[in-house]
Design a protein around this ligand. Structure first.
Ligand code: CP
Length: 313
């Protein structure tokens, strides 16, 4: 089986079988971490460009490592020092990168739909590394991979996503992926930070965190995206933290073995306390590591890869 599209733009577009294929392919990719020499010839001759219009530590670095470990030629575009600042359009930039030999373009952009626009005008594969408030599919995939790695399954788990759901592309991709794989998803946050009609995505909405956390198998905590807020959507950070911050006391409401997740960057002391972030139940660092494996799997599959046994070989 192979991916149907040349691009990965969102988990909304992927079938259950395609998500399963990516997660299964990521397993041998993860084994590369234990090797002294982290190098496979799989993408030799391919060129990957990271085109990030917004800041990133985890996503950009893990795509770069994933590409390099698979022997691709990898280039990062710093948009602030590129011809983007001279008014070059997104389409022109993408076509220019393709004319320079790019086979894969990884794009993060502040506008929802930007990756879709360039996917239509280049032959190269386009991977959405986060578009506005829309989707962050590779974060969704690495979160699924991490949950399954620790819980052995996704179906039937109660997953609570807490925080600024409105502005979060991570929440949207998680919801698509988790519901497709059979999890029960509850979103929780202040009413002003929960999109109206989100129930249509197949989730429960709960505004009281102490209620939402009951019987939770997984608690995925999101930061407040102040950079995307045009007006105050809650009284104060202190008030937010009191009502929606996850600390050790509040966490006792969830199942004793509940996983603690956060896509990062975390604002310690606001949405999550430092002791919870560093606790034995936290898989936050593992999410980061798994991000490389999942992105390696995607690069492999988008480059025409099939059976994952070719990777481990
Ligand atoms: N989770 C995530 O997208 O982190 P970065 O912004 O550091 O890439």
């Amino acid at each position: 089986m192979r991916l149907k599209s040349k691009d990965v733009l969102g988990l909304e577009d992927l079938s259950v079988e395609e998500i399963e294929l990516i997660l299964q392919t990521a397993e041998p990719c993860k084994q590369i971490f234990t090797r002294d020499i982290k190098k496979l010839p799989t993408l030799r001759g391919k060129t990957m460009v990271n085109l990030f219009y917004e800041p990133s530590t985890r996503t950009r670095t893990s795509f770069e490592l994933a590409g390099k470990w698979m022997s691709a030629d990898v280039t990062n575009i710093a948009t602030a020092s590129s011809s983007v600042v001279k008014g070059e359009s997104l389409k022109d930039t993408a076509r220019t990168l393709e004319a320079l030999g790019a086979n894969i373009i990884v794009i993060r952009h502040q506008m929802a739909g930007a990756p879709h626009v360039i996917a239509r005008c280049v032959k190269a594969s386009v991977i959405n590394a986060g578009d506005g408030m829309h989707e962050h599919p590779t974060q969704g995939l690495l979160d699924l991979f991490t949950i399954r790695e620790h819980k052995g399954r996704i179906a039937g788990l109660k997953v609570v996503i807490v925080g600024d759901i409105l502005h979060s592309r991570v929440a949207k991709s998680n919801i698509w992926g988790l519901t497709k794989l059979g999890a029960e998803v509850t979103v929780c946050g202040p009413p002003t930070l929960i999109p109206q009609g989100i129930e249509r995505m197949g989730v429960e909405v709960e505004y009281n965190l102490d209620v939402a956390l009951r019987d939770a198998d997984v608690v995925n905590i999101l930061r407040i995206q102040l950079e995307r807020q045009k007006k105050g959507l809650f009284p104060t950070i202190r008030e937010y933290s009191r009502l929606y911050g996850v600390d050790a006391k509040r966490l006792r409401i969830a199942k004793p073995d509940a996983l603690i997740m956060h896509p990062g960057p975390a604002t310690l002391g606001v949405e999550i306390t430092a002791d919870v972030a560093e606790s034995a139940r936290s898989v936050i660092r593992k999410q980061v590591t798994n991000g490389v494996a999942v992105r390696m799997a995607l690069l492999y599959l988008l480059s025409g890869g099939g059976a994952s046994s070719e990777i481990a070989g």
